[in-house]
Design a protein around this ligand. Structure first.
Ligand SMILES: NC(=O)c1ccc[n+]([C@@H]2O[C@H](COP(=O)([O-])OP(=O)(O)OC[C@H]3O[C@@H](n4cnc5c(N)ncnc54)[C@H](O)[C@@H]3O)[C@@H](O)[C@H]2O)c1
Length: 353
């Protein structure tokens, strides 16, 4: 079913059972919100290592008590085979998003990154959609990333993501296990954690701008990312899970807008949107710092493959997505400021890729 609107109508008319791993995280909780809104049944697995109970509470409030009854939370780790077998029973689709989702965290803690991102794969299901990452492109010098060409990984995180793709490929070949990997570029939107050392650039900068704290920019302002608003990442998941064409399955797809946004452009848009919403951020300017190891300079996706084989068609531009989620960031910024003030001296990074 190529058309996303048709797919949503079809699902709403004929509900399915979904397992979302990492359900209390940023993307996982957005998947949960859309699925419950479409009257789907959802089982969520999370160990709350980085996920937040308040994300689930947010979704409960947005979906209402009746739809919330279609959700069952299992607290546990994807590293435990019995737990995986248990949560996969009678599930139609798996959306596997549990992971230690940070380049910087993986540099500090490669062992537990590997535990969560690689060892949690043998879930005993026939087909699943899993989150991989643009970090799989590593040192590939091509300005536009195309699925079939990757370089050497630049961080332990990138190794785990690429290893996941290799396992998916081998499981498909050896066991007929159907998978689709979604190579996310930089996803942003509501419930992306603005707190902590490993926060992604967008929520971190908004919180810092609102709280008039220093913003540090790694490298010169030319570092760029292909940012994508989270409802479009959700679209990619639903299309991938239900893709019927045989040639669309057992593939890896870029999930992005095919738009290059430099960090200095991002900074300007954020400032402008915050000024429009009455925040006095006119005088703020970023402070430049050294570019960290393990991160990539430029990241832009070719999205021909996902458009052609899955019918993916992103709805939101970066500016539009930011304008739509800014109210959530503003609401949480006060909460974040208490933590951010303690780490203001640390370097803001483009975050996970
Ligand atoms: N956000 C992005 O821009 C981005 C980019 C590329 C790839 N990804 C990938 O997308 C997925 C979701 O990312 P996110 O941004 O929502 O991250 P997140 O940290 O918000 O969510 C990850 C969730 O997984 C849970 N988790 C971690 N280890 C677990 C384990 N062993 N067992 C059970 N639950 C566990 C965490 O508690 C958390 O709720 C990850 O696989 C990440 O690598 C995200």
């Amino acid at each position: 079913m190529a058309n996303y609107a048709d797919l949503k109508n079809h699902l709403a008319a004929s509900p399915k059972t979904w397992l979302v791993t990492g359900v209390a995280g940023f993307i996982g909780s957005n998947l949960l919100e859309t699925l419950l809104t479409l009257d789907q049944r959802v089982i969520g697995l999370d160990d709350f290592s980085t996920g937040k109970r308040r994300n689930l509470e947010d979704v409960r409030q947005l979906c209402g008590p009746a739809r919330w009854l279609n959700f069952r939370l299992i607290e546990g780790t994807i590293g435990d085979l019995e737990t995986c077998r248990f949560v996969c029973r009678n599930v139609d689709y798996v959306l596997h998003h549990a992971a230690v989702a940070s380049v910087a965290r993986s540099l500090k803690d490669p062992i537990s990154t590997n535990e969560s991102n690689v060892n949690g794969r043998d879930a005993g299901v026939r087909r699943f959609v899993y989150a991989t990452s643009s970090s799989a492109y590593g040192d590939d010098p091509a300005p536009l990333k195309i699925e079939c060409t990757v370089g050497r990984p630049l961080s332990p995180y990138a190794v785990t993501k690429y290893a996941g793709e290799l396992y998916a490929y081998v499981f498909a070949q050896c066991y007929g296990f159907e998978t689709i990997g979604l190579r996310y570029f930089n996803v942003f939107g509501p419930r992306q954690d603005p707190e902590g050392d490993y926060a992604a650039v967008i929520p971190k900068w908004i919180a810092a701008l609102i709280n008039r704290e220093s913003i540090f920019l790694n490298g010169n302002g030319d570092i760029s990312r292909d940012f994508i608003f989270v409802p479009d990442a959700v679209q990619a998941n639903l299309l991938a899970a239900t893709a019927a064409k045989p040639e669309a399955v057992n593939q890896v797809y870029n999930v992005a807008l095919n738009k290059r946004t430099t960090l200095i452009e991002l900074f300007s848009v954020l400032k402008e949107l915050l000024l429009q919403s009455g925040h006095d951020v006119g005088a703020c300017e970023p402070l430049y710092r050294e570019f960290p190891s393990g991160d990539v300079w430029r990241s832009q996706a070719d999205i021909t493959k996902i458009s052609k084989l899955l019918g993916f068609s992103p709805v939101y531009g970066v500016r539009e997505g930011l304008a739509k989620t800014l109210p959530w960031y503003i609401k949480t910024a006060g909460r974040a400021s208490r933590s951010l003030s303690t780490i203001a001296h640390r370097i803001a990074s483009p975050g996970r890729v």
